[in-house]
Design a protein around this ligand. Structure first.
Ligand code: DMJ
Length: 656
């Protein structure tokens, strides 16, 4: 018995049998039949299904051809080098040429032909109405992605700059204005036009020596501290402060200016792939603003690469909780991961210099993003301090309380640590804003008068002009090396039309700062000096206490030499800077890579390396040296740029 046959399967599909090939046994019969007859034998439904399938397959083929062909075309269009590395920002990185050559080949190498690589950057920044909602943020972000690199149709709300062979040259300004600023007069966010730079950088011998020094420092950082905050060159390791690659970010624009294309590209890649701010870490508001925010903004302006602006905006947002205090005077520290902000453990005070030296960066961040909150928070602080009592002829105390908003530790006045960049930023904000904010100018001029009246004296026997300190009416002839920023700032003010005696004071102080280096056995200034006030035999003008003998590779003397040389053209300033560079090379250069701060500038036989290379050595010291040795006033023109207190150039906004 066979089991009953299974029921016929229900057909819920159409069977299409395509007989496109046959066995050899019936091949003859198949060939005799024409395709057409076979096609006719099919039902209408079967024919339609076949047509549909064929059409679908053709469509798929077409689409996959398009998606493969486009990138292929793009790859074939690039240079071999670019095909290999996938350039992060090809136009920008084309710019630096000459300095990228091996420094050893410089002396005898034939001069390269000038090359012109004009780029556009930062191109057509979208200026938008600030938006708070997430939907708008996303819209803004996508617009920025598309638009910062060249969003069309921005009309008059665009800015444009040309990036030349080495850094940008702001092109003819097309007048931008934030919608939210339209009603406000003082600071129209637009850039001054400047002369277009038509020549490439051909570093002179001294600039090549700076490039060599930078490369040596960078080699150490790259080998032993890559991605960490600071190099410890002697122990060939690193130290962390914020854990944000501080040296790398601080050095970005220096690499651009020095023409170090390869190094810049590598660092850019790190920023793109590794730098992230979602971290449970406390940062100091001031230090991270001037180094990280300033560094990113400047890298953005020079390279035109929107990556840096995105990072800057992200970072700026994370700093904002610091301003949430009863007085709106920000706390010194903020956790960029959690948003928790707080004063230092031992006090609820903030340092006056710190809370008044973040404005250039926050204002520029607002101008670029169209988000007014950054500028408002920072300007609220300076407005508050403008109207605060407790100053002495424009001089400010060193501390301010975050709860009461009042100055504390009254009666002590210095232009050194804790107050220095308050004075610097009064002038520089006025310059940045197109010289329209008279409140800032008045405060600055008053402060310079206060400095002259209360703090400036002359030493004996050489009559060096110096800036001392005042404590409760008592003058102290103590001067921090930090004060050596002042000659440069005074000269900058004079250049921008302030009284000529500011320039005279600048030149006198410059001589003193040089002597603070020159009179030391290593040729490097100590951290603090005391000047002799009494004409006694065998007393020297400059005296150093044992605890003050260290040198941290600071930039201030070189910073001022740069300004003084720029405005006077006197080559002696370059010669003085050259001497200091020699001293850095002799006493602080570590053979395996990097430079180290030292503990004793008075002992050339044992300067006692401290095993630390501060990020500002690359961010400031070497940058100012390189600029000092340039005889080209258009290289980062001081009519186009204002340098923040960490030497990061930011554009000057044009007057309305
Ligand atoms: C830098 O971080 C800045 O220049 C700041 O204004 C003062 N201290 C260092 C350099 O000395």
């Amino acid at each position: 018995m066979y089991p009953a046959p299974p029921p016929a399967p229900q057909r819920d599909f159409i069977s299409v049998t395509l007989s496109l090939g046959r066995g050899s046994e019936d091949g003859k019969g198949w060939r005799r039949r024409s395709c057409w007859r076979k096609w006719k034998q099919l039902s209408r439904l079967q024919r339609n299904v076949i047509l549909l399938v064929v059409a679908f397959l053709m469509l798929c083929g077409l689409l996959s051809y398009i998606s493969v062909a486009d990138p292929w075309k793009a790859v074939r269009g690039r240079s071999p080098g670019e095909q290999k590395t996938g350039p992060a920002n090809p136009p920008a990185l084309l710019a630096p040429q000459k300095a990228d050559a091996d420094p050893k080949t410089f002396p005898g190498a034939p001069p390269q032909r000038p090359q012109r690589h004009f780029q556009r950057g930062p191109p057509r920044l979208p200026i938008q109405v600030p938006t708070e909602g997430e939907k708008d943020r996303r819209l803004e972000e996508s617009r920025r992605r598309a638009g910062v690199a060249g969003g069309a149709g921005q009309g008059e709300h665009t800015q444009r700059a040309e990036v030349g062979w080495m850094g940008p040259v702001m092109g003819p300004w097309r007048g931008t204005q934030h919608p939210w600023r339209k009603a406000e007069a003082p600071t129209r966010p637009s850039l001054q036009a400047s002369r277009t730079q038509t020549r490439p950088a051909t570093p002179n011998e001294r600039q090549k020596a700076v490039i060599d020094a930078f490369r040596h420092a960078w080699t150490g950082y790259r080998k032993f501290a890559w991605g960490h905050d600071e190099l410890k060159p002697v122990s060939r390791s690193f130290s962390e402060w914020f854990g944000l690659g501080l040296t790398l970010i601080d050095a970005l624009d220096t690499m651009w200016i020095l023409g170090l294309k390869k190094e810049f590209g590598e660092a850019r890649k790190w920023v793109s792939k590794k730098l992230q701010f979602q971290k449970d870490v406390d940062v100091n508001l001031f230090e991270s603003t001037i180094r990280i925010l300033g560094g990113l903004l400047s890298a953005y302006h020079l390279s035109g690469d929107a990556l840096f602006l995105r990072k800057a905006e992200d970072f700026g947002n994370r700093l904002m909780p610091a301003f949430r205090t009863p007085s709106k005077i920000p706390y010194s520290d903020v956790n960029i991961g959690t948003g928790a902000a707080h004063p230092p453990r031992w006090t609820s005070d903030s340092t006056v210099a710190e809370v008044t030296s973040i404005q250039l960066e926050f204002r520029e961040l607002s101008r670029l993003t169209g988000l007014r909150k950054f500028q408002e928070a920072a300007e609220e602080v300076s407005r508050h301090i403008h109207s605060l009592s407790g100053k002495k002829d424009g001089l400010v105390p060193m501390f301010i309380n975050t709860h009461s908003g009042l100055f504390t530790h009254m009666g002590v006045f210095t232009v050194g640590a804790r107050a220095d960049s308050y004075y610097e930023y009064l002038l520089k904000q006025w310059v940045q804003g197109g010289k329209r904010e008279t409140r800032l100018l008045e405060d600055y001029i008053e402060a310079v008068e206060g400095i002259k009246r209360h703090l400036v004296r002359r030493s004996e026997p050489s009559k060096l002009t110096f800036v001392g300190e005042l404590a409760h009416g008592q003058f102290s002839p103590k001067m921090d090396h930090l004060v050596c920023f002042l000659p440069g700032t005074l000269a900058l003010g004079a250049h921008h039309g302030l009284p000529a005696d500011h320039m005279e004071l600048a030149q006198a102080l410059m001589e003193t700062c040089y002597q603070m280096n020159h009179q030391m056995e290593t040729g490097l200034s100590p951290e603090i000096v005391h000047f002799n006030l009494y004409p006694q035999k065998a007393h020297k003008d400059v005296q150093v206490k044992p605890a003050d003998r260290h040198n941290l590779l600071r930039p201030e003397t070189l910073e001022s030499l740069f300004y003084l040389h720029r405005f006077t053209g006197d080559p002696k300033y370059q010669d003085w800077g050259w001497q200091i560079l020699q001293s850095f090379n002799t006493y602080t250069r570590v053979p395996s890579g990097g430079y180290s701060s030292i503990s004793n500038v008075r002992d050339p036989h044992n300067p006692q390396p401290r095993d630390k290379m501060e990020s500002f050595f690359l961010g400031e010291t070497l940058k100012y040296l390189y600029l000092l040795f340039s005889d080209d006033p258009d290289l980062l023109s001081l009519d186009t740029y204002v340098f923040n207190t960490e030497a990061h150039p930011l554009p000057i906004w044009a007057p309305a």
